[in-house]
Design a protein around this ligand. Structure first.
Ligand code: GLA
Ligand code: ZN
Length: 669
């Protein structure tokens, strides 16, 4: 099959079955806009099974046939994201119980219990039926499992499943008591049956319990997901599977969940035009990179908004050009699709004002429709990019389980630890220099990288210290920051000094950590002989450090620890290790990584300089590299300083980019 970037989005014909003229028009408009793919069936359960056991799949079949006849592929969803009313009424166990142990009423979506045998059976049946009916249809290219999995259930069935999961994990209750440190406050358990999930009405401060509960919620979700897939396979589905993930989602460990599907996809809804657009673009870019690295291969942009996102606090219109910029950005970071929520705007209920390709006017001469069509045309010229990879010599560790542990820990700053911001500072510094960046978890291999940065790696997964050591020993450069290597996988503090197991690698020891009040500032001052020569501000957290074999590059400028080391460099094995002891301002990271790039001879994706407000990325194909250059400024930008060369696949010229304009250049290898 000819390579093509999937272009289209969520389509909900079930809302329009009594309006055949509209459904007809939709197809015509899709073709006009270059749409080649739609996602069907996400919230269709009550149309597919209006009464228990009474299935109506005819309308769906007609839609799929018609789409296929018009050259449009289908991503087929399982409907488990929202169940019909009859099911909730007849089998209340399908509804979730909240942490207060109260069963919630029918309503909303995504509020089903992941353990309920009834719910699992109902999902199994409908999934198998959908597969039997549609898996062999040539239009169906991918299975989209449920929608944006999330949330947790505290019902008795889930409690039992949690206890069983713990029994399996720990083997005996003594081991659990030790791991969770339950002797503290006399919280010792005598058996697994005594354990309950965390609750604001009960146990909420046993950090080991909270952490394991979060792990269990991910495992339960993964187990449910795997059953959904099994049911599809039983019905004959052979296509790959995906789940749509969410922005910086803190409730599930995507690193684990993504293992259960073939392709990662995600839903991107940036808040544009509230701050500098390049800041929004970089923030969104980091998420793209995180999603790509879950499987270290191309992903899909499953949802994005063509205009205003109505669940934002203020639903601002995207300025002209931003629709295309956001779509191209996804492809630049490794997506093989640009898909929207939604193709046709719904008429009523809570998303009636959510942006869509076809709005309530039903016209194809709207600003948004015209922009969507132009992008459809542009993407048609980028088909050869499909299958190419985003390659990077540099990785940043951004780990969900670390975040759970750190944010739940009652430590130095309970107001806000600024983990995301800390990661962003590193990411931005590297991206502004024109580097692709992998965003990985602690479970990833480090082997292929030359530089790995781990901001605030409070929790070391079992053996992570050895991974760092091995990496540096063999010649890698590792940068670790403040508040790292403090606890083990059960959130128990390491004894004998931190960062645990790698003090010799970094040539230093953390002795204490000072927390600064919000707004309070300390300084990082260059030490004699340091490659850094400026003074920078630092905030929030300052580690107090004793240097052993290492060399201090910066010291604190204020407080009782004025003059003591803040940034340390150490040569270890064949490699280099840096410990950055405080939450420094952006300028520090910009200068620090500029130096490391030179030192390690890591080069930018472009020969020249990346101008302010411009994002550059690259994908490598078999015979060519594809360089993406995007202007996220609301002003024309001269890009001659980038010294681009090659054939233009998308865009106008290599001299100047208009506001939000993008350029894709194919360069020979
Ligand atoms: C999510 C959901 C969609 C829709 C959009 C609206 O991403 O998956 O069903 O509700 O939000 O932005
Ligand atoms: Zn439950």
């Amino acid at each position: 099959m000819e390579k093509r970037i999937l272009y289209g989005g969520d389509y909900n014909p079930e809302q329009w079955l009594d309006a055949p003229d509209i459904l007809e028009k939709d197809i015509q408009y899709m073709k006009e806009a270059g749409i080649n793919t739609v996602t069907l069936g996400i919230f269709s359960w009550s149309a597919l099974e209006p009464q228990e056991g009474e299935y109506q799949l005819q309308w769906m079949e007609e839609q799929i046939n018609r789409l296929y006849e018009n050259g449009i592929s289908v991503i087929m969803s399982t409907p488990s994201g929202a169940r019909p009313k009859w099911m909730a009424d007849k089998y209340p166990e399908v509804l979730r119980v909240n942490p207060d142990r109260q069963r919630i009423l029918f309503g909303g979506r995504h509020n089903h219990c992941y353990t309920s045998p009834v719910y699992r059976e109902k999902v199994r049946k409908i999934n198998t039926l959908l597969a039997e009916k549609f898996a062999s249809h040539p239009a169906v290219i991918l299975w989209h499992i449920s929608n944006e999995y999330g949330g947790e259930c505290h019902c008795p069935l889930c409690q039992k499943a949690f206890q069983d999961w713990l029994a399996e994990r720990y083997g005996d209750i003594e081991k659990l008591n030790k791991s969770w440190w339950t002797a503290f406050w006399s919280h010792t358990y005598r058996s697994f049956e005594e354990i309950e999930s965390p609750s604001p009405r009960g146990e909420s401060e046993l950090h080991g319990l909270t952490l394991d509960w979060k792990r269990f919620v991910t495992e339960r979700t993964a187990d449910f997901l795997e059953e959904e897939i099994k049911a599809l396979r039983a019905g004959g589905a052979k296509q790959p599977t995906t789940i749509n993930l969410m922005y910086d989602f803190p409730f599930l460990d995507y690193d684990r969940l993504s293992k259960s599907v073939d392709i990662v996809s995600w839903d991107s809804y940036p808040v544009w035009h509230k701050r500098e657009d390049i800041e929004t673009a970089l923030d969104n870019g980091m998420q793209h990179d995180y999603m790509r690295c879950l499987k270290k291969k191309p992903f899909l942009l499953m949802e994005s908004c063509p205009s205003a996102t109505n669940w934002h606090k203020i639903s601002k219109l995207k300025r002209p050009g931003v629709l295309a910029a956001a779509g191209i950005q996804a492809v630049a970071h490794g997506s093989e699709s640009v898909l929207y929520f939604q193709i046709r705007q719904s008429r009523g209920s809570s998303e009636k004002f959510h942006g869509a390709v076809i709005d309530h006017s039903g016209r194809d001469d709207t600003r948004v429709f015209k922009e969507a069509s132009a992008l459809g045309q542009g993407l048609a010229g980028l088909g050869e990019i499909v299958g190419s990879q985003v390659k990077s010599e540099v990785a940043m560790v951004y780990d969900t389980q670390n975040r759970w542990a750190m944010e739940g820990a009652m430590g130095p700053r309970n107001e806000d630890l600024h983990y995301h911001e800390a990661a962003m500072k590193t990411y931005k510094a590297l991206r502004k220099k024109g580097l692709n960046v992998d965003v990985i978890s602690e479970t990833s291999s480090l082997e292929e990288y030359r530089l790995v940065v781990a901001p605030m790696l409070y929790m070391f997964h079992d053996g992570f210290e050895e991974k760092i050591r091995g990496f540096v020993e063999k010649g890698g450069c590792f940068v670790l920051t403040y508040w790292s290597g403090i606890v083990d996988e059960e959130d128990r503090c390491f004894l004998g000094g931190t960062p645990y197991g790698v003090m010799d690698v970094f040539g230093m020891r953390r002795t204490e950590t000072d927390s600064l009040y919000t707004g309070e500032v300390n300084e990082l001052c260059p030490a004699a002989g340091s490659f850094l020569s400026k003074t920078y501000e630092c905030r929030n957290l300052c580690d107090l450090i004793t240097v052993e074999e290492g060399k201090a590059l910066m010291s604190y400028g204020k407080e009782f620890y004025q003059g003591t080391p803040a940034v340390v460099e150490n040569k270890y094995g064949e490699g280099l290790a840096y410990y950055v002891g405080a939450d420094a301002e952006q300028g520090f990271y910009d200068d620090f990584y500029a130096h490391l790039m030179k030192q390690l001879n890591i080069t930018s994706l472009v020969a020249g300089i990346v101008p302010e407000g411009v994002e550059v990325s690259a994908r490598s194909g078999d015979g060519a590299d594809y360089v993406f250059v995007q202007n996220f400024r609301n002003a024309a930008t001269d890009i001659r300083c980038m010294k681009l060369e090659g054939q233009i696949l998308y865009g106008r010229n290599m001299e100047e980019l208009l506001p939000y304009e993008s350029l894709v250049v194919k360069a020979g290898k």
